[in-house]
Design a protein around this ligand. Structure first.
Ligand SMILES: Cc1cc2nc3c(=O)[nH]c(=O)nc-3n(C[C@H](O)[C@H](O)[C@H](O)COP(=O)(O)O)c2cc1C
Length: 266
């Protein structure tokens, strides 16, 4: 399977440094839904941004869990990408909306400490079905995302040892036991008065098993392939500035990074 052999996106280092300067940031994720008359409607919600897939810096306790429960303590440190990601529950509405809208997504951050808004428009794919690639709700999701992975310059380990299962397990491990338990809540969005029936689905559970079948059955990592990125810099009120980067597949084919930068009026 091919991976991206192009350079990192020109906006990546700056966005990363802005995120690094903003501890505990969330972003707003927009998808497109359809009402009962098949009219497109915007849907937005807050999600925790988990940085660029598949790199996630684990808390010491999560690292210990990975070392004890996952072969080799997880994947070798071989890949990086320009794809931001977040985690979610397969029972929430956003995944249906991604499927019915051709994966359309937009993410927006307002990083006040650096007075900058970042917007990332693109396609999003959910991965993480513990039963494997063939049973993933979106059959080609992993294949799609693989083309956007880049082998790291100082690649540590063998690519052939890298697996999607270990990549998604690492994101699950990065949640606290109580947060992992949220993937065993009664179905999000159903009336609280309705008995969930399944005794495995309860509030307030602590999950220490990284392969808990119920929680992992519901847990997914959503990965965004960026197509257009915009930075709005409000740090100087007298000279606000805005840049737009668009990805062009024809440039990528020529071996360039594939991104065209344009500064626009704010
Ligand atoms: C601070 C904060 C962080 C959140 N983080 C996430 C998250 O990482 N993933 C997620 O699916 N929902 C997260 N939520 C809940 C969502 O905003 C939303 O209620 C939920 O995803 C259901 O949305 P949906 O049915 O439209 O998919 C978060 C909410 C808040 C307020």
């Amino acid at each position: 399977m091919a991976t991206a052999d192009n350079a990192p996106a020109p906006w990546r280092d700056l966005l990363k440094s802005h995120m690094d300067q903003t501890p505990g940031y969330e972003f707003t994720i927009a998808t497109v839904g359809f009402d009962e008359n098949q009219r497109p409607i915007p849907r937005v919600r807050t999600c925790g941004c988990r940085g660029f897939f598949p790199e996630v810096k684990l808390h010491p306790k999560s690292k210990e869990d990975m070392e004890q429960q996952v072969k080799d303590g997880g994947n070798p440190d071989t890949y990086e990408s320009d794809m931001l990601c977040f985690t979610t529950d397969i029972r929430m509405e956003k995944l249906d909306q991604l499927e019915t809208s051709g994966h359309a997504v937009e993410a927006v951050f307002w990083l006040k400490d650096v007075m900058t808004q970042w917007r990332v428009k693109g396609k999003a794919f959910a991965i993480g079905d513990p039963r494997g690639e063939d049973l993933e709700r979106e059959k080609d999701a992993r294949k799609e995302l693989h083309t956007f992975l880049r082998v790291k310059k100082n690649c540590d380990g063998s690519i052939s040892d890298w697996t999607w299962d270990r990549a998604t397990t690492k994101y699950f491990a990065n949640h606290s036991p109580l947060a992992r338990g949220s993937f065993k809540f009664p179905s999000p969005g159903l009336p609280r008065s309705q008995d969930p029936k399944d005794p495995a689905l309860q509030m307030g559970q602590r999950v220490t098993d990284l392969h808990d079948p119920v929680a992992r059955g519901n847990f997914r990592v959503v990965v965004i392939q960026p197509e257009e990125v915009e930075r709005l810099d409000l740090s100087n009120q007298e000279d606000m500035r805005r840049w737009k980067w668009t990805r062009s597949s024809s440039n990528a084919e020529k071996g360039q990074s594939g991104w065209i930068e344009t500064e626009v009026w704010p």
